[in-house]
Design a protein around this ligand. Sequence first.
Ligand code: LLP
Length: 385
Amino acid sequence: MLSRKISAQLRKYETPFYLYDMDLLRQTLQSAVSLAARYGYKIHYAIKANFDPRIVATVREFGIGVDCASGNEVRCAVEAGFDPSGIVYAGVGKRDKEIRYAVETGIFAINCESLQELENIDAIAGALGKVQRVGLRINPDIDPKTNKCIDTGQADSKFGISYEEVMAKIDFIRSLKNVKIAGMHLHIGSQIRELHVFEYLCHKVNSIVEHLTGLGLEFEFVDVGGGLGINYDFPENEPVPNFASVFSIINSHLKVGGCEVHFEFGRSLVAQCGELITSVLYNKTTATGRKLVIVDASMTELIRPALYGAYHNIENVTSEATDTERYTIAGTACESTDIFDESITLPKTQRGDLLSIKSAGAYGMSMASRYNLHDLPGAVYSDEI
Ligand code: LLP
């Protein structure tokens, strides 16, 4: 990890802050882009993972598109210089003004999540005198075998349209004049480590595309979403995620004729390049004997542990102690769940030490809040140190 190598230089920045390893980011993007090129696959960056301007600008250098979850994300991508023809936009609750902006901007496709939304897109596009390209987000009812808080493709989920409803309303879908059903979209969940679930996804997609094509829909693209997981337990062992395996599975099992195949990677592109660097403020021991280390970061900088019970590997990057102790690492926020690790063994850790909370480049800064009126954390980039 970068922080360990440059720990002395980190002292000059006010903690907590995000540290980004820009070489690792480039290496990761290069891996994804060059492997995708072998199969002719198109990648969109799920900008919700991290919309830091330098991260976004670096992603753009690699010529990939963007996956957005709001009108403001579409705007952010456009203002960062991405070509609208590479932008897709999904979300269960698109406001009218967001749809209007997307239609006016001429993005590649709106990935539509309900039939009422489809009717609304049709009306808005009609009023603007346009025909909007749409991907139907179909809920494939697949268990992605991940944390249930970030699973999106099971039958009871709020995401997507059920295949049954699409079949039942196929005449209505075909009757709309201001939308062109150009593709099919799916996203079954995030932090997927059991890659065989992508094989089930392919089988579902194959049969859905075959049936719907038989009913007169003409798909130009199939967007299989994102979800590729990363190694939070041992980030150093797998700094660049396994794009090769997921592409190879999709290539072996997806049978969709001449349709373009699109991916929407978020976490896998940016998580491992980011660390949250925090200082130890205080040590104390509870009446029950639990040794607490209070750090100056909290759930307001990185909410994943408090929100999902997510694990992040933590290291003391400045301690030279040889003896270790078992600690609970707690944040500053007025919330009992504001704990980064309940039980971790670290070298003896004391006030002033710097800790790295690793694999924090995705869904870290982008989910930061100002609860307790905390300042938002800064960002330090390896190529500007
Ligand atoms: N496409 C769609 C439609 C999505 O909803 C998402 C993520 C992605 C792509 C990118 O998925 P990824 O490749 O990053 O797995 N805040 C949570 C993750 C929420 C993911 C939301 N959707 C976390 O911290 O784990």
